[in-house]
Design a protein around this ligand. Structure first.
Ligand SMILES: [Zn+2]
Length: 449
């Protein structure tokens, strides 16, 4: 006799969560936006090596303006297509903002000054989705939790990362032997959790010996380098040991990038602009990409590692330290980013004294801070950090909103279905929010347990 299922839930059909453009003009425009992103990523490269020429900037500006005009002309569409159109327009506006930063608001009208407030608005949208980007960073800078910082210091006080110590080559090699096989277990567990067939989701992990300062996921090759500087070691009985949890955090973060890419490919049929390749990926994608990788990182700490502590050889205390390390990695970006924003403001508004304003807002005097924290940074590091912060806090607000709407229990029970939707597409932040709330959620909630 067949066993009666307690709840019979309609299974999502194969094409239930697939989106496709029908409007030919929009498909063409989406391809043009991809080309625009290719040029922005070239500009990004050029600015790393020196000063790009104004010709590059003018080219980007011209095609962005053209894309905006063309978008305006496209009419009568579904809600999904309307969101895509808005996304393309915002993408073009962000490109113009980048040109404004590099080459002045308009090279013919040099007197127009660069304003960071305007930049943030055109780059991230007016609302994020609940407040302006400027309001977000000021609020976060004011609200950094000093108790949390103390807690992080206490937990990691006796730990060192590879770069900070003269750890031996043997330690590095041994770490590689010990931990690389575990990466696959983590990848498979996350894949299963997100309903991705694990065989469709290969990622080759390796420890990057080149001191690159960032772990990276390469979507074209499905490989991920793990930055050894992010891995913590401690000494026990005179022996160097690896804090496994810190390595797991990196692997789950990079697996998050991989899952974002994979789920986007699976769910968006003919939208190349929303699934960037290595050569079209650039700053406009950072908010969504980093926000989503962090989402998986945070959930892995709770759902994957905490629930499988034995399998991953972690204690309850290790889990708390992992959460602390993860959180610190985002919190540490807040003050320098806020200070950068103040410094850029001061360039056009002499009434602003960035050090004083920073001290007033955060309650700490800058000389009390780690001096490397407020050093002059390149605008693109600021942009990268700002985008990461914006993406992370946008996702947190979305989860909070869902908790209010459905109740925490329902959200917890359906978190994998929810995360799946948040991992679709490399949207600009405001349109990513729209897509999730207006398109994905109404379809997904029918399958909520
Ligand atoms: Zn990342």
């Amino acid at each position: 006799m067949a066993v009666a299922l307690e709840h019979v839930i309609e299974e999502p059909k194969e094409n239930e969560f697939i989106w496709k453009l029908k409007n030919k003009a929009l498909i063409k425009l989406d391809k043009e936006r991809s080309r625009l992103n290719y040029h922005i990523s070239r500009l990004e490269e050029l600015t790393r090596d020196g000063n790009p020429s104004e010709v590059t900037g003018e080219g980007i500006r011209r095609s962005s303006i053209l894309i905006k005009k063309q978008a305006k002309r496209i009419q009568s569409m579904s809600k999904f297509e309307d969101i895509v159109k808005e996304d393309i327009t915002r993408n073009a506006e962000a490109a113009i903002a980048i040109c404004d930063y590099h080459f002045g608001s308009n090279s013919k009208k040099q007197e127009t000054k660069f304003s960071i407030a305007e930049f943030l608005k055109s780059f991230y949208g007016e609302k994020l989705p609940f407040e302006t980007p400027l309001a977000l960073i000021s609020r976060l800078a004011r609200g950094v939790d000093h108790v949390f910082l103390d807690e992080y210091s206490r937990r990691t006080h006796d730990m060192k990362t590879l770069s900070k110590n003269i750890y031996l080559k043997e330690t590095f090699l041994k770490a590689e032997q010990d931990i690389l096989p575990i990466s696959n277990d983590i990848r498979e567990t996350i894949a299963e959790f997100l309903f991705i067939p694990k065989e469709e989701f290969p990622i080759l992990f390796y420890l990057d010996p080149t001191n690159s300062k960032e772990s990276e996921f390469h979507s074209d090759y499905k490989i991920s380098s793990i930055d050894p500087n992010k891995i913590y070691f401690f000494k026990k009985n005179g022996e160097e040991r690896l804090f496994l949890g810190s390595y797991y955090i990196e692997v789950s973060h990079e697996t998050g990038h991989g899952a974002h890419h994979k789920i986007s490919e699976k769910s968006l049929e003919n939208l190349e602009g929303l699934i960037p390749l290595e050569n079209t990926y650039n700053y406009v994608h950072t908010g969504k990409a980093e926000g989503n990788a962090r989402l998986i990182e945070d959930f892995s700490n709770v759902v994957i590692f905490d629930k499988n502590r034995k399998q991953f050889k972690l204690s309850r205390n290790d889990i708390e330290t992992m959460k602390s390390i993860s959180e610190y990695d985002i919190v540490r970006k807040i003050w320098p980013t806020y200070f950068d924003v103040l410094s850029i403001m001061a360039k056009t508004d002499p009434r602003i004294n960035p050090h004083k304003k920073f001290a007033d807002m955060t309650g700490i005097r800058s000389f009390e801070l780690d001096t490397t924290l407020l050093e002059q940074r390149s605008f693109f590091i600021t942009l990268y950090d700002f985008s990461t912060i914006a993406g992370v806090y946008q996702n947190r607000r979305i989860i909070k909103k869902l908790n209010e709407k459905y109740g925490r229990k329902t959200v917890d029970k359906n978190i994998n279905l929810i995360l799946n939707g948040m991992l679709i597409g490399y949207w600009m932040l405001p349109t990513g929010y729209r897509f999730f709330m207006e398109e994905y959620l109404p379809r997904a909630e029918r399958f909520f347990k």
